[in-house]
Design a protein. Sequence first.
Length: 320
Amino acid sequence: MRVHFYILIIFSLFSFQKREDKNTSIQYIEGKNWMSFIGDQRPLNFMSIPGSHDAGALYNYDLPIIGTVTYAQTQNKSIKDQLNFGVRFLDIRCKNDSNGNFQIFHGSTDQKQTFDSVLNTCKEFLKNNPSETIIMSVREENSSSGGDRFYKDFMAYSNKSEYENLFYLDNYIPTLGEVRGKIVLIRRFYSESKCGINTYSSAIWPDNAMTSTINSDGVKFYFQDAYTVKSNAEKFQQIFDTNELSKDEKKLSRDKRMFYFNFTSGQTGSGNKIKNVSNYINPKLIDYYMQSDNKNNFYGMVITDFMSADLASVIYMTNF
């Protein structure tokens, strides 16, 4: 059953928390426009944002003749559906072909969609919901362009006339008002030029780790991306501990607070190692975020496998 929420909008909580054009009343907050209830002056690192790990990975790779499966699927809803039920962080992995065309991959598995299709979905969603923004992590997957070719090919996409003004490519964390109707780039690829919020290199975004870092532009991050899961109980504790750190930083100034990337995804056991984690973690997350002491908090990006409408809603409702 869909989890429904009704909230009393109280303007006195935070000066940047609610939009000035909303009347004080009981509101049902839908996934497609939940950011419309947050003020323009709120920085993105002072929010709880539902995210999808490998947002375009809808398929496994089956070899029925020899009876093997490469488990690559991390989502069972389209990116359009994910956005409509509240996801605002998309983890996008692109294979770059010899002609500079980006195809969505997870590892070596083709996910049967193009970067153009992803961007057109995002563009249409933002056109219909101009109060929203989408934070998009982009990295190269299953190809090695070398040098700054991937950057140049990405810029060729962003400079297409149909995507004019779609991307926010500055290198600092913006306020929501600066980026409504735009895609905020989290850059996970090499570039010789300033291009989006830089998380490229293992020194900034360490592999399979849980740690704080800072990039050359002075942006502070906290990554909980420990995807090799020894036990599901330990993984849930890592998620919880990251949330507690974020709570502790709630009253810090904008330049001192970290940008949180809290991945609830991972792999463990045998067979479908991805679902072995999500089947345990996701129900616990819904119960956890519904607790009253998680309301009116900022948890950063909470990034999951098999994101659902119920899970997205309990995450974004912690903003209120």
